[in-house]
Design a protein around this ligand. Structure first.
Ligand SMILES: Nc1ncnc2c1ncn2[C@@H]1O[C@H](COP(=O)(O)OP(=O)(O)O)[C@@H](O)[C@H]1O
Ligand SMILES: [Mg+2]
Length: 264
């Protein structure tokens, strides 16, 4: 749905009531009829500025769903609407170019966005500062720790200036202490930028720590089982009593789902 500049204000509200909306989205791989159904009739909406985590066991179709939203693949059925244009993506692997410095990786994204050369350096410095990496513009990727690389990857994703950020288990390979710090940073960046975030994880506590809403997916096929609003004020800590209590409730539901489907 395109938003035109001359849309009356009253209508504008209705056309921008979601950052992404999936209606009856299914995805199968293989031949129609005999293939594997990975996602089954998914309805999901992320509001502008909302932070949603999509939680599910490994192999339940989370990455498949994000790829569909990113436009990297087509659904077998249903529709996906992303009114703000192409979303930004961030993965578990930082996917930075090792032959470029941290700053030049970000400048490349700015170039692809069409920002004039004269403004790129300053904007890259601003983004590095936003992810608390001031002074690392000239550092090579191999000189940075795993946590710092993911910060650069976040800055590069932000350089695209998309209104929707898709994150696929971006902190799964980090140690617990670094992950904790990056949770804080991501929450702060989200609050400062007003971005909509769809964050995929198999880690229940991480899902509760970050989100305003947790959406639980079942496995084989992936279906939305239940949603929880998380009314715990930010900044939260992963070991907060309220985060723990909700994590236990969600884990119980997740186990029930796994048992029902005869896995593990
Ligand atoms: N391109 C593909 N072709 C065939 N099967 C695929 C493809 N991509 C994913 N799958 C299958 O879809 C299922 C879900 O995968 P994925 O979305 O990566 O799960 P998750 O990210 O939740 O761990 C898996 O069984 C996987 O083997
Ligand atoms: Mg995955």
């Amino acid at each position: 749905m395109a938003i035109t500049l001359n849309t009356p204000r009253a209508e504008r509200k209705t056309v921008t009531d979601h950052a992404v909306r999936l209606d009856g989205v299914s995805k199968s791989f293989g031949r129609p009829g005999t293939g594997q159904v990975v996602l089954d009739t998914i309805d999901l909406t992320v509001a502008p500025g909302e932070f949603v985590t999509l939680l599910g066991a490994s192999g339940c179709g989370k990455s498949t769903l994000l790829n569909l939203v990113a436009g990297l693949d087509e659904p077998s059925a249903g529709t996906i609407d992303v009114p703000g244009g192409r979303p930004a993506l961030m993965f578990q692997e930082h996917a930075l170019f090792p032959w470029l410095t941290a700053g030049k990786n970000i400048e490349l994204a700015l170039k692809l966005r069409g920002l004039p050369r004269s403004e790129r350096r300053q904007e890259a410095e601003r983004l590095l500062e936003l992810v608390r990496l001031k002074g690392t513009h000239g550092k090579r990727v191999h000189e940075l720790s795993g946590g710092m690389r993911q910060r650069v990857a976040l800055a590069r994703a932000l350089a695209q200036k998309s209104r929707l950020l898709l994150m696929d288990e971006p902190f799964a390979a980090l140690d617990a202490i670094t992950r904790d710090v990056l949770h804080e940073e991501l929450t702060r960046v989200w609050e400062e930028t007003g971005l909509s975030v769809l964050f995929v994880t198999h880690n229940v506590r991480e899902a509760v720590r970050l989100a305003q809403r947790v959406v639980l997916l079942s496995s084989r096929p992936g279906r939305v089982v239940r949603e929880w609003d998380v009314d715990i004020p930010q900044p939260r800590r992963i070991e907060d009593a309220h985060v723990s209590a909700l994590s236990v409730e969600i884990t119980d539901q997740l186990r029930k789902e796994i048992r029902r489907h005869g896995q593990h």
